[in-house]
Design a protein around this ligand. Structure first.
Ligand code: FAD
Ligand code: GLY
Length: 371
């Protein structure tokens, strides 16, 4: 029997998407969000859906999870847009990884070999071929790898759509409401402390992003080893027609052009604790890295700068599923791929709650791997 009342701690894309599906299945769901929903890492992200581009030889399980999520995306977006009546700007132009000199090219060749070893559908391009696809790329681009099936979405629209969809099915979103503590009795989670109140609940889902380890009440062996990893970003404003359609991974920055004319450039990757200051050095390096591959950005106005905190676990892979504490599920630690991994996390965790089943996909990502 599924639980009647579910408390979700954290209203980012992960908590909201699980909440949406559970509410749609007629469960009583309350999402507790200490700030405004979706304004954490989910707001800060670039929205790239790049399992093939970001593949790493050591992370085959994560690749499989990412590919599964990317495959779910089109249908998931249809359902979300239909439930929310909000378009999330799912763009299918594809992604190019580019090299600018011999060093970059050697690195790109190595990466390409890893992609081929994983049987990924990628194609090696010369600089000329890359500029036929994206004419504003610098003449200095020597070569590129095309990942035609790595797409992107507008994560800020996705957050708004998820809030709408969650509320449409009767979900209760309590913003400006911090969960202080998870109450555990005899290795069973029985409720939460919200400000001064104790709220009893049948099931708790911890999806508080990089703050997941800070909620009180968890014994050390159940505390998720998640830390904040700072990412600074900048958005430029393109005029129509846009100077870029594909996502570009350059050696020192990535560029993600959105349907509304914003060109996102990211991101730094800094171990600075919970600091979110924008630094001159951070912005300088991003602009330099982007300008080297796309010199025309020099003329573009700056729209916004910001920094967000990625939830990185000890092995930088997500923490998903049941824990050693009864009635406590985790969905956190999505690090650099939380937007990509939202549909698969949402499907697997809601199936776990509704049917007590998951697929084998999330077995490698349980908390107990850190024991
Ligand atoms: P969050 O969105 O951070 O949500 C957690 C929420 O929990 C927050 O709103 C917070 O206020 C709330 N909370 C915390 N503690 C409590 C508490 N005690 N009580 C109540 N609420 C609480 N991923 C991609 O797939 N593609 C990308 O291109 C990409 N780019 C990125 C670029 C940057 C600069 C950054 C920072 C991240 C990027 N990511 C990307 C990663 C992605 O953004 C994250 O993995 C994802 O958003 C994590 O979602 P979340 O819901 O777990 O966390
Ligand atoms: N995946 C992009 C980032 O984390 O910056």
């Amino acid at each position: 029997m599924p639980p009647k009342e579910v408390a979700v701690i954290g209203g980012g894309v992960i908590g909201l998407s699980i909440g949406w599906q559970l509410a749609k299945n007629s469960l009583g769901v309350t999402i507790y969000e200490r700030d405004w929903a979706g304004r954490g890492a989910s707001w800060a992200a670039a929205g790239m859906l790049s399992p093939r581009t970001e593949v790493n030889m050591q992370e085959n399980d994560l690749l499989q999870l990412g590919l599964a999520s990317a495959e779910l995306y089109p249908e998931w977006v249809d359902e979300l847009e239909s439930d929310s009546q909000i378009s999330v700007d799912y763009r299918t132009h594809g992604t190019l990884m580019v090299a600018l000199n011999r060093d970059d090219q050697a690195e790109l060749e190595h990466h390409y070999a890893v992609q081929l070893a994983h049987d990924l559908p990628v194609e090696w391009l010369t600089g000329v071929e890359a500029r036929e696809i994206e004419p504003y790329l610098s003449p200095r681009v020597t070569s590129a790898v095309s990942c035609k099936s790595d797409f992107q979405v507008n994560n800020r629209l996705m957050v708004q759509a998820l809030i709408q969809a969650f509320k449409k099915f009767g979900g209760n979103l309590r913003e400006q409401t911090s969960v202080r503590k998870i109450e555990i009795q005899n290795e069973e989670a029985v409720g939460i402390q919200v400000q001064e109140d104790f709220i009893e609940t049948d099931l708790i889902i911890l999806s508080a992003g990089c703050w997941s380890s800070q909620v009180d009440g968890l014994p050390d062996w159940v505390r998720p080893p998640v830390r904040p990893v700072k990412g600074q970003m900048i958005a430029l404003r393109m005029e129509a027609p846009p100077i870029l359609q594909h996502v570009i991974y350059a050696p020192d920055a990535y560029l993600a052009p959105k349907g509304d004319g914003r060109l996102l450039i990211g991101a730094t990757c800094e171990e600075q604790g919970f600091d979110t200051k924008i630094t001159a050095g951070g912005i300088f390096e991003l602009l330099r890295g982007a300008w080297e591959v796309l010199p025309s950005i020099y003329e573009l106005p700056i729209d916004e700068t910001w920094a967000g905190l990625r939830p990185g676990s000890r092995d930088n892979a997500p923490i998903l599923g049941k824990t050693q504490i009864k009635n406590l599920i985790m969905a956190t630690g999505h690090y650099r791929q939380g937007i990509l991994l939202t549909p698969v996390t949402c499907r697997e965790i809601s199936a776990l709650v509704m049917t007590d089943q998951t697929s084998n996909l999330i077995a490698p990502f349980m908390l107990k791997r850190f024991a």
